[in-house]
Write a protein that binds this ligand. Structure first.
Ligand code: CA
Length: 153
C-alpha cells in the first residue's frame, strides 16, 4: 500500500521537496503514504477534519493550534507540499548540514522555529501575543513537549 501511494509522487517533486524542507527521500515517501492515508476525501489535500482524526493531535492541548499552522490564512485544505513545509519546522536543528541551500534559511532554523512557535500563541494573527493569548497557553503547556508530534516517527 505504501509503495502504491509513493508511486504517485513524481521523482522531481521529491527532489524539490527535499531541497525546500531538508527531509530525506525516504522520509518524504513515508510521509507521503501517511498523508495519503489521512486524505479520506482522496482529493490530494487534507482538511482540518483529516488532521483531527490523528489521535496524537486530538489529545494534544495545542492540537488545534498545530492543525491551524498547516493552513494558510483563509484556506481549509492543505496539499502535500504545504503539509511538508509545515512539518519541516519540527525537524531537529542539527539536521541542517545536509541539503544545505545557502540562498534560503532552512525552515527548521532556530529563527523559523521561534516564528512558528510564536504563531501558535498568536491566535488572532495580529503579530502580537497578548496577555490573554499567553495565559491561555501557559495554563496548558510546556510547548516544547507538546510540539513533538509522535506520529512522524
Ligand atoms: Ca495576537
Amino acid at each position: 500500500m505504501g509503495s502504491r501511494a509513493s508511486s504517485l509522487l513524481r521523482e522531481e517533486d521529491i527532489e524539490e521537496i527535499k531541497k525546500e524542507t531538508g527531509f530525506s527521500h525516504s522520509q518524504i515517501t513515508r510521509l507521503y503514504s501517511r498523508f495519503h492515508s489521512l486524505d479520506k476525501g482522496e482529493n490530494g489535500a487534507l482538511s482540518r477534519e483529516d488532521f483531527q482524526r490523528i489521535p496524537e493531535l486530538a489529545i494534544n492541548p495545542l492540537g488545534d493550534r498545530i492543525i491551524n499552522a498547516f493552513f494558510p490564512e483563509g484556506e481549509d485544505q492543505v496539499n502535500f507540499r504545504g503539509f511538508m513545509r509545515t512539518l519541516a519546522h519540527f525537524r531537529p536543528v542539527e539536521d541542517n548540514e545536509k541539503n544545505k541551500d545557502p540562498t534560503a534559511e532552512p525552515l527548521n532554523s532556530r529563527n523559523n522555529k521561534l516564528l512558528f512557535a510564536f504563531r501558535l500563541y498568536d491566535l488572532d494573527r495580529d503579530d502580537k501575543i497578548s496577555r490573554d493569548e499567553l495565559l491561555q497557553v501557559l495554563e496548558k503547556v510546556d510547548v516544547e513537549q507538546k510540539m513533538s508530534i509522535r506520529f512522524l516517527h
